[in-house]
Each structure stands twice: as structure tokens, then as C-alpha cells.
Design a protein around this ligand. Structure first.
Ligand code: MTE
Ligand code: MO
Length: 252
């Protein structure tokens, strides 16, 4: 994105304040840059579109803030315990040796990865803050493979615009645009504060998306699907959240 085209979009956002005509201007600009989120209700769902387009263009690929080890929270809050699902409990009894992460969709080589295979990819660590939309937060060290490494191992194709991801917990699925999916801080995390990822925090595997609000960091991760459209997934809004009022794009 050149500084020039960025100014043009900001001029569009400014026009919004000027009146209803601005909505059409902003929507056209967002459409031109491919920045219409799946839960916008289309081009003229201007609230989500403007938030996504403006935030994406302003923040770009800027990293989430990273903290020092001394700032790690003493008592990180796990929102709820591990899933009370038979399938999950069977994996737990097997020490998660049976857990697999499926990688499919617009990839050259669909994969089914064990935790050990994910651990054999280059290791990435970050000390970042998880922020829940309800107001609480904590700082922790997250360790894993970058999602980008995992997607590249499968040979993600150039036409993939989004990555859909799912939990073993029914009802927990979400997606990221390609830029967020390939961002170096987006992790397939298996480690936490120097140890294994605790079950309450999503063990054995979760997606960690530090540039967005906590609900995008889906726990108990079992699959990734690269796609050029989110229309065929669920209700077409890119995640389970929008049906309950949680924005698909939740950049911090
Ligand atoms: N599978 C699954 N993932 C989830 C959730 C959940 O209930 N189930 N809660 C989300 C919400 S709303 C937040 S704020 C964070 C909480 O992460 P934590 O439990 O590690 O604190 O996980 C997110 N990922
Ligand atoms: Mo949350």
C-alpha cells in the first residue's frame, strides 16, 4: 500500500463524517482494496467495513506489542476448563499423541499433523497480552510454530484469501484474512510460559492471534482450511461470533 493510496482511503473515511454520501465513497474504496469483511452484510454494511478497512490500512503489518519476561502475569486466567467431550478426553488419556491438525482447502499438499510434527517446525516465541472483549487480560509467553510455517508446509496457494480454523469444541470456528494468517506473530501454539500449553488455555494446541481480541485465539485447534471465499462456511460471516454480535475483524 503506497502512502498515496493510503491517503486516498483516509480521505474516503473523512468523507463519511461529511454525510451519507460518504458511506458510498468509503464502501467503494474498501471494495477497491478488497477490504470488505465477511460479516459486513455486503458493501453497504458500512460500520464493519469501515472499521476493517481503516484499521487494516492504518495498522498494516505492525506487530502486536511484546513484553519482557518480568511482565508475565502471575495468575493468568483460563476462561474455562478443558472441554468435557468424550473425544477430547480420549486424546487426553493418550497424552495427546492421537491429536491431529488437519490442513486442507487451497493447499498443494493437504496435511494431518501430530503435535510432534508441529514441534519439529521452527520454534517461535512471543510475550504478548491476551485481551478478552469482556475487559480482562493477561500477559504470557506463547510458543509454537508460526501459522505461516504450517501453511507453507502444506503449500498454501496464492488464491487463498482466508484461513478458516476450528476447535474440537463445537461452535468454535473462526477465520483470518491472508495477511493476518501469514503475519509472523500468528502462532499455532503448544507452549505457554516455558511449559506445555495448559489444558485450560487450549492445550494441546490453539491458535494465538495477538493482534486481535481474545476470542479470535481459538483453543483446542483441530483444523485449518485455506479458501478464497468464506461464503460456504457456516452462515457465511467468516466465524461463529458475528451471529452473536462479535465482529469478525477484532483488531486491537
Ligand atoms: N475453543 C474455545 N476457544 C476459545 C474460547 C472458548 O470458550 N473455546 N474462548 C475465547 C475467548 S472469548 C477468550 S477471551 C480466550 C480466553 O483464553 P484463555 O482461556 O486462555 O484465557 O479464548 C478464546 N478461545
Ligand atoms: Mo473473551
Amino acid at each position: 500500500m503506497s502512502a498515496f493510496s493510503r491517503r486516498k482511503l483516509l480521505a474516503g473515511a473523512g468523507a463519511l463524517a461529511a454525510g451519507a454520501g460518504g458511506l458510498a465513497v468509503a464502501s467503494r474504496l474498501a471494495a477497491r482494496y478488497g477490504l470488505v469483511p465477511p460479516d459486513s452484510g455486503g458493501l453497504y454494511g458500512p460500520g464493519e467495513t469501515l472499521n476493517y478497512a481503516a484499521h487494516r490500512l492504518l495498522v498494516g503489518d505492525a506487530p502486536a506489542r511484546e513484553f519482557s519476561p518480568s511482565q508475565i502475569s502471575a495468575n493468568p486466567f483460563a476462561q474455562n476448563g478443558p472441554p468435557k467431550l468424550e473425544a477430547y478426553q480420549r486424546h487426553q488419556e493418550a497424552g495427546f499423541a492421537t491429536w491431529r491438525l488437519a490442513v486442507d482447502g487451497l493447499v498443494a499438499r493437504p496435511l494431518s499433523l501430530s503435535i510432534d510434527e508441529i514441534r519439529s517446525l521452527p520454534v517461535s516465541s512471543q510475550i504478548t497480552q491476551l485481551m478478552c472483549e469482556e475487559g480482562w487480560s493477561f500477559i504470557a509467553e506463547w510458543t509454537g510454530a508460526t501459522l505461516s510455517q504450517v501453511l507453507e508446509a502444506a503449500g498454501i496457494l496464492p488464491e487463498a484469501k482466508y484461513v478458516v480454523y476450528r476447535s474440537i469444541e463445537e461452535g468454535w470456528w473462526d477465520s483470518l484474512d491472508r495477511a493476518e494468517a501469514l503475519h509472523p506473530q500468528t502462532l499455532v501454539a503448544y507452549g505457554f510460559n516455558g511449559g506445555d500449553l495448559p489444558l485450560g488455555h487450549g492445550g494441546p494446541l490453539r491458535l494465538r492471534v495477538p493482534r486481535q481480541v481474545g476470542y479470535k485465539s481459538v483453543k483446542y485447534l483441530v483444523s485449518l482450511t485455506a479458501t478464497d471465499s468464506l461464503k460456504g462456511f457456516g452462515d457465511g460471516q467468516g466465524a461463529a461470533g458475528p451471529a452473536y454480535g462479535y465482529a469478525w475483524y477484532a483488531g486491537i
